[in-house]
Design a protein around this ligand. Structure first.
Ligand code: GDP
Ligand code: MG
Length: 298
């Protein structure tokens, strides 16, 4: 039971690659990292983790479209940015000891139109040589943006993270948790990819097929310009395999295209998806397979 002072809300984390988003998440969540299925907010956010304490629950997510140049915004940029952040209570913009963000006018323009309370984090201060250097970064962002706080932090050394949490909580409304407080399952990105493909199969095939199918991601590899994903789709009979593949392979191809599109939205990058259909008569009974699919604990 929560008292009426319990707070719960959404925190969007944005920032260029390599600034320390993952490190910060790990530092904040510790072992309690919980990456959950994309179904909740499929296209605009991906949930990075949930931090549940007796006094509050913070749901951290990122918004890939804002930072990545391949999502260059045509037309109504303001609307896009506002929409994609509207359900966040506070936005954390992370930058680091390099000048990459400071030298990206397009990024700064996007940050300027964010109406949600914005906290700027200057990460990796352990790499900065002097206090003056830290202060000049703070000054820069203070002049550029209308933000509610600017904090120097070190995600790696867990420096100033208490202050960060206090600042964040100032913007989080009172209310009950959005997710079960004990949701600790570590759902990996692989799992999310398999769920996306499984969802497309469930939507596209009739009758017994959805219930006879299991998906396993056999390759999940970050390459320079794309994410390479291979998936094996297990069915129980050869007749089901024929249906899965369809005449001339068209059914499988279209399912793959639909899954790839969703994966690209979710992971915020190009995906090369390969799918294979295999007959595995007894997958439902096989211990090893059930473990692989995550239905069974060791
Ligand atoms: P992301 O791409 O934004 O998720 O960045 P990562 O969290 O993967 O971090 C990129 C690199 O920066 C890694 O090598 C981290 O160890 C390093 N890093 C992150 N935070 C800090 C920090 O506070 N200080 C230093 N020196 N390095 C950091
Ligand atoms: Mg990362």
């Amino acid at each position: 039971m929560h008292t009426n002072t319990h707070q719960a809300g959404f925190v969007s984390i944005i920032g260029k690659p390599n600034v320390g988003k993952s490190t910060l998440m790990n530092a904040l969540l510790g072992e309690k990292i919980s990456i959950i299925s994309p179904k909740v907010q499929t296209t605009r956010h991906r949930i990075l983790g949930i931090l549940s304490k007796p006094e509050y629950q913070l749901v951290f997510s990122d918004t890939p479209g804002i930072i990545q140049p391949k999502y260059k915004l045509h037309g109504n940029m303001m609307e896009f940015v506002n929409q994609s952040l509207q359900d966040a209570d506070v936005v954390l913009f992370i930058t680091d000891h390099t000048h990459e963000s400071e030298e990206d006018p397009e990024l700064i323009e996007k940050l300027k139109v964010i109406k949600t309370p914005l906290i700027v984090l200057i990460n990796k201060v352990d790499e900065l040589k002097s206090n003056e250097e830290v202060m000049s970064r703070v000054e820069f962002w203070k002049n550029q943006l209308n933000c509610s706080a600017i904090l120097p932090i070190s995600a790696l050394n867990k420096f100033n993270l208490d202050t960060l949490l206090k600042q964040v909580l100032q913007h989080i409304p009172k209310g009950p948790s959005y997710y079960p407080d004990d949701q600790l399952t570590d759902k990996s990105e692989r799992f999310i990819a398999s769920e996306i493909l499984r969802e497309k199969i469930m939507m596209r095939y009739k009758e017994e097929i959805p219930y006879s199918v299991q998906v396993e991601i056999t390759e999940f590899k970050q390459e320079e310009k794309l994410l390479r994903i291979s998936a094996e789709i297990y069915v129980m009979r050869d007749s089901q395999r024929q249906i899965m593949i369809g005449k001339g392979g068209i059914a499988l191809k279209n399912t793959g295209i639909a899954a790839r599109r969703d994966m690209e939205r979710f992971f915020g990058q190009h995906i090369f998806l390969q799918t294979y259909v295999r007959v595995k008569e007894n997958w439902r009974d096989s211990d090893k397979l059930l473990k692989q699919f995550g239905y069974k604990e060791d």
